[in-house]
Design a protein around this ligand. Structure first.
Ligand code: AMP
Length: 190
């Protein structure tokens, strides 16, 4: 089973992906976590992406596609992947489909955590100080939200056309959203 958790920044994708991993034989593939690990390690890649991430812009497709490709064998061995924060552009989505097809695999389901921009901004405003992420500040968050609306949201029709898209209300408590995701998975036959 290969699942994409889809939604704007701070929608709760990471939290929900970690919960899903705990209950299943799957691995979480978060490009944001991989890039933050590269920055923490001081690697050449980390140095290249740190300014871009801090501003809230997207790093290049080639970088994240390569990061994901390197992790696909692990995900297969585990029984599947939960993609969190990837794909974020049409080029990434097409590359993911091609990489999976080349390995005889596919995306089974895309779960969109549906949240409202205005509600999202007020919900997360109080969390900036405590998150510890350099891109969790009002200026970078606006850039991240714009990147989502302009470059990532257009993937919704791409997955809808493949009949893979389901929507879950992402505005409730962590438990309520988790229940919505479980119901969507059950309805899909998982
Ligand atoms: P995230 O933790 O998913 O919110 O990602 C944090 C930041 O990492 C983003 O704002 C981007 O700068 C970068 N990033 C993570 N995943 C991607 C991706 N799939 N494509 C481009 N940039 C990404």
């Amino acid at each position: 089973m290969n699942l994409i958790l889809f939604g704007p920044p701070a929608a709760g994708k990471g939290t929900q992906a970690k919960r899903l991993v705990d209950g299943r034989n799957m691995v979480q593939l978060s490009t944001g976590d991989m890039l933050r690990a590269a920055i923490a390690s001081g690697s050449e890649l980390g140095q290249r992406v740190s300014g871009i991430m801090q501003r809230g812009e997207l790093v290049s497709d080639g970088i994240v596609i390569e990061l994901i490709e390197a992790r696909l064998p692990d995900a297969e061995a585990a029984g599947g992947a939960i993609f969190d924060g990837f794909p974020r552009t049409l080029a990434q989505a097409e590359a993911l489909d091609a990489m999976l097809a080349g390995r005889g695999r596919k995306i089974d389901l895309v779960i969109r955590l549906k949240v409202d921009d205005a509600a999202l901004k007020s919900r997360i405003a109080g969390r900036f100080a405590e998150s510890g992420r350099p891109d969790d500040n009002p200026e970078s968050f606006v850039v991240r939200l714009n990147a989502y609306n302009e470059q990532t949201a257009p993937l919704l029709p791409y997955y809808a056309a493949q009949g893979k898209l389901v929507e879950v209300d992402g505005m409730g408590t962590v438990e309520a959203v988790a229940a919505g995701i479980d119901a969507a998975l059950a309805a899909s036959g998982d």
